[in-house]
Design a protein around this ligand. Sequence first.
Ligand code: FES
Length: 179
Amino acid sequence: MADRRDFMGMALGAFTGLGALGALYAAKRTWDPLPSVKASGTTVVDVSSAEENVLYTELWRGKPIFLLKVPKNAKPAEAPNGRAENAYNDKRLITINGAKYFMAIGLCTHLGCIPTYLSDKYLFLCPCHGGQFNAAGEVLKAPPPSPLVIPPFKVEGTKLVIGVEGEEYKKMKAAGLVA
Ligand code: FES
């Protein structure tokens, strides 16, 4: 009987251990950064392994860079007042390999706090004064005075080169969409 109890205890321990390992593996996948290379003022990020609706944070010239693969079925974030004009401006998204990405400096344009991404609502919430941005970085709720800033970038295959003005960036800039 004692042997049987020992066996049951060991089996339960192994099962619990496996469960914990599984949870750790899932968490690690979320923490894993995308493959990136930093050199002479640029950060090159390969987005091919990016998962939808997971916020990745890279570093460019000492600043956090948000990178989000926008889910295909994403709906415009709903601000508390539910205004129709809160719909995404698709033109602030970057198309890479047929998928849409949002990329911006991850600092709130109010006083520079780092917003948190609420994946279930597709919006960024700034913890300092409650400002909100949609998944294209546009202001949903004051006090931020302007959208999250899109830094210079260019697209090379599945790579995003941050810090260089490519054609897509120049088009956004000409349309007044990068800040
Ligand atoms: Fe973000 Fe004030 S710093 S709302």
